[in-house]
Design a protein. Structure first.
Length: 353
């Protein structure tokens, strides 16, 4: 297929591109390369994909030097003119929208970044899919949409109408906007709720990355909610396999009962899935595993719950497994060891983190 992946200088997008190319697809990647976190890490990911930093100029297509079938263009999703021009030229079969302003706590400081990227940018993706007849849109949502929901595990058939961060609210808005476009214009759409994705080349604003960096800089780590939080950590390779499974299964209207509606199904070709490990890990156990993988101990500062955080995340993946044949394979100790090995190697060769 000819596939557009947005957010390819990002963590998940970077890994997805490499997998799609290995499977023989033709892939175009776009990213605004914003400065939310270390730009050098973003450019290093692009370099791993055969895209040289010095060749990147806004709006210009670059062909990968090492991944045949892959090209990259620096574009902001809010740039409607350039985005629509790209869709018109390439005639994509499928779009995987992973681009977004990420981060829960940062949304408390800079709300406009989330509206610009996650709302205005996403509506441009939807309009482009409509105007240029894209056969399937797969987009990234988040476990954060479950918000105040305390029913465990989180099911896509539960309501998700009480977000506790602006980031979560924009992701839930994406789901509602996508359903509306699917209903009005018959666009097949799959939304994927990611649960705390981690692994090599990960995001430095994520807790596991911050912990690793602090441990090596002999700095204390902040352990929120006194370490009593449970998180459904999902290894990057498992997440990518889940995305691939979703790409291959184009949704159709199925089993919708208007008298007893559920959020994950519709009379439109629209569906939502959880992509989570389904085995939540206590934060203190997670830190112990990371310490073991790095061969160093952390100095811990125990703190209370932070605004926008939730105490437990756990994915109900029954429908994901049933419909997509997907289930996670990587345990937390194995995944953190793979991350730690990459972190140590990257740190040795870069004074950037």
């Amino acid at each position: 297929m000819k596939i557009l992946v947005t957010g390819t200088a990002g963590f998940i997008g970077f890994h997805l591109v490499k997998k799609l190319i290995s499977l023989g697809h033709s892939v175009t990647g776009i990213d605004s390369i914003n400065d939310y976190y270390d730009l050098n890490l973003k450019y290093a990911r692009l370099s791993q994909s055969g895209i040289k930093r010095e060749e990147i100029h806004y709006g210009e297509k670059i062909r990968s030097a090492s991944l045949p079938g892959y090209c990259f263009i620096k574009i902001d999703l809010t740039d409607r003119e350039k985005l629509f021009s790209l869709f018109s030229e390439e005639k994509f079969d499928c779009v995987c929208n992973l681009a977004a302003q990420a981060g829960v706590r940062y949304s408390l400081e800079n709300p406009y970044a989330y509206i610009d990227s996650n709302i205005n940018g996403f509506i441009n993706i939807l309009e482009a899919c409509r105007q240029f007849s894209v056969k399937h849109l797969v987009f990234a949502s988040s476990s954060s949409v479950y918000g105040l929901n305390e029913k465990i595990p989180f099911s896509v058939n539960d309501t998700a109408d009480h977000p506790v961060s602006l980031y979560a609210a924009t992701k839930r808005s994406n789901e509602l906007l996508a359903h509306t476009y699917s209903h009005l214009f018959n666009i097949p759409v799959t939304g994927l709720r990611f649960f705390t994705v981690y692994g090599p080349w990960g995001r430095p604003d994520m807790a596991y990355f911050k912990f690793a960096r602090a441990i090596f800089d002999n700095k204390p780590i902040d352990v929120y909610n006194n370490g009593n939080m449970l998180r459904d950590f999902t290894y990057i390779d498992d997440t990518v396999e889940g995305i691939l499974s979703a790409v291959k299964k184009i949704p159709s209207a199925c089993g919708f009962n208007a008298g007893e509606p559920v959020p994950s199904r519709s009379s439109a070709p629209f569906v939502l899935y959880n992509l989570g490990n389904n085995r939540p890990v206590k934060l203190t156990d997670f830190i112990a595993s990371l310490e073991n993988s790095l061969g160093r101990k952390a100095e811990k500062v125990y703190m209370g719950m932070q605004p926008g955080d939730v105490q437990v995340t756990m994915a109900d993946i029954e429908s994901t497994t049933k419909d997509l044949g997907w289930e996670p394979k990587t345990c937390i100790n194995e995944g953190l060891k793979l991350f730690a090995d990459w972190f140590l190697e990257y740190r040795k060769n870069n004074d950037l983190i």
